[in-house]
Design a protein around this ligand. Structure first.
Ligand SMILES: [Zn+2]
Length: 63
């Protein structure tokens, strides 16, 4: 599984959308527009698949 991330348009910081996908499933999925409450700037951002990128959860376990 990988976390679906977007970039906050106001702060440029990576934001976790709260969704996780297998990369193969994400690539083949059709996602409608989603909204996320941004922890970086406190606003709600609307995002879609084109805005999103995946961050492997395995990265968190590296030393
Ligand atoms: Zn934001």
């Amino acid at each position: 599984m990988a976390r679906v991330m977007i970039t906050c348009p106001d702060t440029g910081r990576p934001i976790y959308t709260g969704m996780s996908f297998d990369e193969i499933i994400f690539e083949n999925s059709q996602l409608p527009d989603k909204s996320v409450l941004c922890p970086a700037c406190g606003q709600v951002h609307i995002w879609n698949k084109q805005d999103a990128y995946l961050e492997s959860e395995d990265d968190a376990h590296q030393p």
